[in-house]
Design a protein around this ligand. Structure first.
Ligand SMILES: Nc1ncnc2c1ncn2[C@@H]1O[C@H](COP(=O)(O)OP(=O)(O)O)[C@@H](O)[C@H]1O
Ligand SMILES: [Mg+2]
Length: 466
């Protein structure tokens, strides 16, 4: 039970210590209390000095009154009749006791207490103890006419500390209360200032919190102070990026659905035709068409999957060591039959292994798409050359064909998702080059399209070797 309470208190303290308001308040109060502690220490000693000074003045005045009352008779003996006023001046209502002693310069007692302690220097107050009580004492030497030898007497007056200490306390306390009021007012002003200063930031917090899930329009930076404006700008930039991404995502999904719908409708029609057909040959024909459409749609699906995997952040970053020469050879071998069918001459120029770090599967997908395009878009009896080499810390792969090439004006657009050049007959989804671009971007490289010698396309991919 009690440990539960302690835990709660601890958690609250941790939470408070993370609050900017509490932190600022602590700093202000810490500084303020430091200054006040120093001030109180200082003012204590000032009050003390003042109280001593006032007591000393009274002691001196009293001693002087007593000294002036000393008289010398015909026999040369000094006598004193201490006037009551000399002692009454200490009656300040604090119950102080007064002691005095009057002696001749040679030390014989004229009047008063014989054992009053004597100060070292005359006219300078000193704190001593007398009869078990703390006293302030003062001694005064005074010439008296008619006395033999050097003709002087010394008067010592001592008074207990009550009045002196009371005065010190009073002076100090008035300072103390002033300081206390100061701290109180300063804390109040600080709290109000913080409340007022932090209000815009809190309003910003609420504005962000209250937004609907899909509200991404920018927040006005003027709603907060200048210090917070970079934060609002960063927030707005971020929301703009998210907005663009969401729009791209929506476009992509709608495009993908559109691309899937057409072949699916075709498949449905072909299936009904095949089912209705009585003639075996014509049914077989319909079934072959059905298989082709199915292959097409399954290729589209797998291209979509590859593209989503190539997007940044969709797969755990992998860094396999991939030999691009070896990968290119294997992919060309896999496409050999297809190339042979169209009588396309395929060649690979690679001196030796060219190893790059990166996601091996994705790098292969990139090569597959480039080689597939070259075979697909080169007319019969064509020629394809793949080169893999290494230069200036880059692996450079080129895929060159003598097909129709891509017009200058469309060399950027073909990298867009689902973009196909109008009039392209060979089947495809328009995703191949988008996959290539995603993979290349993911490794920090670059890809460019150029016209090959004698027409045709040459694709150059540069990947950094780490
Ligand atoms: N080697 C090439 N020669 C000529 N045109 C090409 C070549 N590679 C790509 N293209 C053109 O670029 C378009 C986009 O290619 P790609 O993104 O791979 O999609 P797909 O091949 O599925 O159509 C293709 O439709 C084609 O018109
Ligand atoms: Mg393609």
């Amino acid at each position: 039970m009690s440990s539960n309470v302690l835990n709660k208190v601890g958690a609250t303290i941790v939470k408070l210590s993370k609050s900017l308001r509490v932190q600022l308040l602590c700093w202000v109060l810490f500084t303020l209390f430091g200054a006040i502690a120093f001030n109180l220490y200082d003012s204590f000693w000032t009050a003390d000095a003042t109280a001593k000074l006032v007591t000393d003045r009274t002691l001196l005045a009293s001693a002087r009154v007593i000294a002036e009352a000393v008289q010398v008779d015909e026999g040369g003996n000094a006598q004193v009749d201490v006037p009551p006023a000399a002692l009454e001046m200490f009656d300040t209502g604090f119950g102080d006791r007064v002691f005095y002693q009057v002696t001749t310069a040679w030390g014989s007692l004229i009047s008063g207490f014989p054992d009053v302690p004597l100060p070292v220097v005359q006219r300078v107050g000193e704190d001593r103890t007398f009869h078990g009580a703390g006293v302030r004492i003062m001694m005064l030497e005074h010439p008296v006419v008619g006395l033999p030898a050097d003709g002087a007497i010394s008067v010592t007056v001592a008074v207990t500390h009550n009045s002196q200490y009371a005065m010190r306390r009073q002076l100090w306390f008035s300072d103390f209360s002033k300081q206390f009021i100061l701290v109180f007012v300063a804390s109040l002003v600080t709290i109000l200032g913080l409340q007022w200063g932090l209000a815009p930031a809190l309003r910003l917090r609420d504005a962000v919190r209250e937004r609907g899930r899909n509200r991404l329009d920018p927040l006005p930076p003027e709603m907060v102070q200048t210090e917070f404006r970079p934060l609002v700008h960063a927030l707005n930039d971020h929301m703009e990026r998210v907005q663009n991404q969401m729009a791209a995502q929506r476009r992509f999904v709608s495009n993908a659905a559109h691309q899937l719908r057409t072949p699916l409708a075709l498949i449905s029609t072909q299936a009904s035709v095949a089912a209705r057909e009585k003639d075996a040959d014509r049914r077989d024909e319909a079934l072959v068409a059905l298989r082709t459409s199915t292959r097409q749609i399954s290729r589209l699906a797998s291209q979509l999957l590859t593209l989503s995997r190539a997007e940044p952040g969709s797969r755990r970053p992998r860094s396999d060591a991939t030999d691009l020469s070896k990968a290119a050879r294997e992919i060309l071998e896999a496409h050999a039959e297809e190339a042979l069918k169209c009588n396309i001459d395929v060649g690979l120029e690679a001196d030796g292994p060219v190893v790059v770090e990166g996601d091996g599967t994705m790098l292969r997908e990139m090569l597959v798409n480039l080689i597939d395009n070259a075979i697909r878009y080169t007319r019969e009896n064509g020629r394809i050359t793949v080169t893999v080499r290494q230069a200036d810390g880059y692996a450079i792969v080129t895929v060159e064909d003598n097909g129709p090439g891509i017009p200058q004006g469309e060399r950027e657009q073909v990298f867009e998702r689902f973009y196909r050049i109008i009039g392209t007959e060979a089947e495809g989804s328009g995703l191949g080059l988008s996959i290539v671009r995603e993979v290349v971007d993911g490794t920090g490289g670059g890809v460019s399209l150029d016209e090959a010698e004698g027409g045709g396309l040459v694709v150059t991919v540069r990947l950094p070797i780490r």
